[in-house]
Design a protein around this ligand. Structure first.
Ligand SMILES: O=C([C@H](O)CO)[C@H](O)[C@H](O)COP(=O)(O)O
Length: 206
């Protein structure tokens, strides 16, 4: 089980400072959508240079122009990019094709997908990694809960989970054995990010 740190709603300086602080506990650095919108692909390139041993996911949240955006992410040094599950099949196919060509990976974001039919479509498109995700705004009604796993039950996907996951919710979530735990604010907005990241790593490694 991997721990992915989502760098969202942070300045460039805060992103690098935080990563330095928690790097020992993190497997995947997620450059958040808003951070990419603020600083462009340049910040992905800089992270790649500073953290050559970490996996990097650019949270592009692509919903159109899949080929172009996938090239942007991978050419900047990302190991993974994200595409929205509600996008056209053609967008998802193009993104997957570029990833294959570049030896990289695509995480399909299931934000607001509730239909098992879409899950079947994604399997048929050759998707291998999805994220069960409760969006930031939706978290006002509650964060990620284990009920969400039912959407992908019996699928063969690798599963990532995201949406307000914290030290309190983590122990129950790991019982479902997802492949990737994505955590943002619980670490980035903590008084002591290093101690929260360390504790999360300890819980995941148990
Ligand atoms: O993808 C995310 C969200 O849509 C904001 O861009 C976050 O990276 C993800 O939800 C993890 O962050 P937290 O919910 O703060 O843990």
């Amino acid at each position: 089980m991997k721990l992915q740190l989502a760098l969202d709603r942070l300045t460039r300086h805060e992103c690098f400072h935080l990563m330095e602080e928690v790097k020992d506990y993190i497997d995947i650095i997620e450059i958040g959508t808003g951070v990419i919108k603020e600083y462009g692909m340049a910040i992905v390139k800089e992270m790649r240079e500073l953290f050559p041993d970490k996996l990097i996911l650019s949270d592009m949240k692509t919903c159109d122009a899949g080929r172009h955006e996938a090239y942007q992410a991978f050419k900047a040094g990302s190991d993974m990019t994200t595409v929205m599950a509600f996008s056209s099949d053609l967008t998802i196919k193009d993104t997957l094709q570029v990833a294959e060509e570049m030896g990289a990976k695509v995480m399909v974001d299931l934000l607001e997908v509730h239909s098992k039919d879409r899950i079947t479509d994604l399997e048929q498109l050759g998707v291998s990694l999805v994220s069960l995700h409760v969006g930031k705004d939706k978290q006002a009604e509650g964060g990620f809960t284990t009920d969400l796993f039912s959407l992908v039950k019996e699928s063969s996907f690798e599963i990532a989970v995201a949406g307000g996951i914290n030290l309190e919710s983590l122990p129950e979530i790991i019982q479902e054995e997802p492949d990737i735990i994505i955590v943002g604010s619980a670490i980035t907005a903590a008084d002591n990010p290093k101690s929260v990241a360390g504790e999360m790593r300890r819980i995941i490694s148990q």
